[in-house]
Design a protein around this ligand. Structure first.
Ligand code: NI
Length: 157
């Protein structure tokens, strides 16, 4: 595995709509492994491929319950609303309030290409919506409803 460099706001790859992954090739498997290593190294709870300069629909997450890999993820359902503070590994030293669904249902392929379905709430739901936004070129500053004065935690996505 290898650590990748994380691109930051201002890089055009962060505002592009990422491409579907047609097949889990060796290259994609390696990218997923490298993304996980990069996310853990950065103490992040999530990382999307555009954040390492790859415009493909892949995200990795770990909200403390082990790694989750999502290829071509789609939000099938979202319920409720919740406003909370988010940071982003691509937007260093900034924390903003974002309104998200309270709970979501997401379908995707896992790292082996097998269809999976996830029902999430709380931090996991928030992180999923944050990472899926990255795949559509949407950043927290596009959705922010206010600036957070202080760093609430040290997690980035
Ligand atoms: Ni982010």
């Amino acid at each position: 595995m290898a650590k990748l460099s994380i691109v930051t706001i201002g890089d055009p790859v962060l505002t592009e709509k990422a491409e579907e992954v047609p097949k889990i090739t060796k290259r994609i498997s390696k990218l997923i492994d490298d993304m996980l290593e990069t996310m853990y190294d950065a103490n992040g709870v999530g990382l999307a491929a555009p954040q390492v300069g790859i415009s493909q629909r892949i995200a990795v997450l770990d909200v403390g319950e082990g790694p989750v890999v999502l290829v071509n993820p789609v939000i099938k359902n979202g319920i409720g609303e919740e406003i909370d503070v988010e940071g982003c590994l691509s937007i260093p030293e900034r924390w903003v309030y974002v309104k998200r669904y309270e709970s979501v249902e997401v379908t995707a392929l896992n790292e082996k290409g097998k269809p999976i379905r996830i029902e999430a709430d709380g931090l996991f739901a928030r992180a999923l919506q944050h990472e899926l936004d990255h795949l559509d070129g949407i950043l927290i500053v596009d959705r922010m409803i206010g600036e957070a004065e202080v760093e609430i935690d040290e997690e980035g996505e």
